[in-house]
Design a protein around this ligand. Structure first.
Ligand SMILES: NC(=O)c1ccc[n+]([C@@H]2O[C@H](COP(=O)([O-])OP(=O)(O)OC[C@H]3O[C@@H](n4cnc5c(N)ncnc54)[C@H](OP(=O)(O)O)[C@@H]3O)[C@@H](O)[C@H]2O)c1
Length: 264
């Protein structure tokens, strides 16, 4: 299988690091020939530009920002190959051809070294037609062996789950930081990171339901009430607080149901 890439960002580099010794590399296309030459000097493959490239054979990864995937796919010259993009949100039909897939790594590639260190744990979300899924599964197996196949109509919900798990905690960390900072705590980022790391590890080792501790889990309703007032004073509204407490009550119910299951 020959692999070609469009785009020279961190995710392209991640795939190249993981796959360069297993597969033949074709072309690595960039909008800029210098960037293409630079990356092929590191990983192998042949340089070319998006505007001016020969007919591509094999698998072509389009790893560009989501809003450009469709227009890039339109101008690519591909001979009987399989097109793959990496968006978690868009389905592969945006590629407007047969032999297509989306292969979405559930990870943030802002830090390439970290991604490579954790590559065995990365779960890929795969969607596509028969040929596309076949290729995407092979690539996922070559990197971590962990993947889920998603029906195209479920891609938006799938992406939402990833946004909730990876972006929403940052919003909560920010609220927490505002409270710590208002008290003059030094280096609140470190404190919050340690707290959150413990929770994240418990989720992986046990489950979401079992990772929950704190006043809602214990049923300390007086603490919940008093802290609601403090929250409202700091942020001007207790809307988020109330919503989250309701979710935490649901989590607690889920945990009790799990306990009952274990007792049986
Ligand atoms: N970054 C992540 O953590 C992550 C995680 C999971 C999935 N993804 C998916 O990976 C894909 C790339 O996202 P990204 O955030 O990594 O993108 P990015 O780093 O902003 O861009 C990737 C590459 O796309 C090329 N590019 C930029 N604008 C372009 C344009 N207008 N036309 C054609 N090519 C263009 C550039 O390469 P040249 O300058 O060489 O042309 C750039 O290095 C997206 O589908 C995204 O959903 C990203």
């Amino acid at each position: 299988m020959v692999l070609n890439f469009v785009g020279t960002g961190n995710l392209t580099r991640f795939f190249l690091e993981c796959l360069k010794d297993r597969y033949e590399l074709g072309y690595i296309l960039s909008r800029n020939i210098e960037r293409s030459i630079n990356i092929t000097e590191i990983y192998g493959g042949k340089p070319a530009t998006l505007e001016n490239h020969p007919l591509l054979c094999g698998v072509v990864f389009i790893i560009v920002p989501d809003r450009y995937i469709e227009s890039v796919a339109k101008i690519l010259k591909v001979k009987d190959g399989v097109l793959v993009h990496c968006s978690g949100f868009l389905a592969s039909d945006v590629l407007r051809r047969e032999k297509r897939a989306s292969l979405h790594p559930n990870f943030s590639f802002s830090n390439l070294e970290k991604a490579l260190k954790m590559k065995d744990q990365i779960v890929f979300g795969i969607e596509g037609d028969e040929e596309g899924i076949h290729v995407a599964v092979e690539i996922a197996k070559a990197i971590s062996g962990k993947y889920i196949v998603i029906p195209p109509e479920k891609k938006k919900a799938y992406h939402l789950a990833a946004v909730v798990a990876s972006n929403f905690p940052v919003a909560l960390a920010y609220l927490s930081k505002r409270i710590y900072s208002s008290m003059g705590v030094e280096d609140p980022d470190h404190l919050i990171s340690t707290l959150m790391q413990g929770v994240v590890e418990s989720i992986g080792e046990m489950s979401v339901e079992r990772a929950l501790t704190g006043p809602v889990r214990r049923g300390d309703w007086e603490v919940v009430r008093v802290e609601r007032e403090v929250f409202k004073k700091i942020f001007g509204s207790a809307l988020i607080y109330d919503e989250i407490v309701e979710v935490l009550k649901e989590v607690t119910k889920g945990e009790r149901a799990k306990d009952k299951e274990d007792e049986r």
